[in-house]
Design a binder for this molecule. Sequence first.
Ligand code: UDP
Length: 166
Amino acid sequence: MEATVRLSRPVLQLTLALVKPDAVAHPLILQAIHQKILENDFIIVTNRDLTWSREASQTFYSQHSGRFFYQRLVEFMSSGPLRAYILAHEDAIRHWRKIMGPTQVCRARYTAPHTIRGSYGLTDTRNSTHGSDCPESASRELATFFPEFSEGAWAASGHSRGDFLY
Ligand code: UDP
């Protein structure tokens, strides 16, 4: 009798990960974050370095306009270079947000010291990384940073975890 071995091919989700200006400014921190992405088994679909205009920063964070930190956030995010990644993983959005850690730096330091924000965050605003918070945001954010990238074409091309492990 012939045995058939089926390897399951988990569905990969995409997320946008940003390294913010406080972390890009320090090559060792940028390198450590890159390493963390690799150690946590993400596939780096692509990445890009860029600097935002004030207007791009305002638009990206428009959902926070009116909040006490909005102006500070907009200034900070357009103050220096950013690195944007498209990351793929099973449940990528949740996985990346767990690795980033809590938004508030004190909370990150004391409750999740080994996360990126717990290790490298400087303040509640200068907290090293961003990650999409739901699939709809991820699609919108990927299109903002990588307008030439097609999620549909990527999925149709049959990428899956199996392609990388076996
Ligand atoms: N932020 C801030 N002060 C706050 C809360 C948020 O400066 O009290 C900034 C911080 O840089 C954060 C970003 O605004 O990453 C977006 O806030 P959000 O609540 O969406 O947090 P995130 O999803 O980034 O953890």
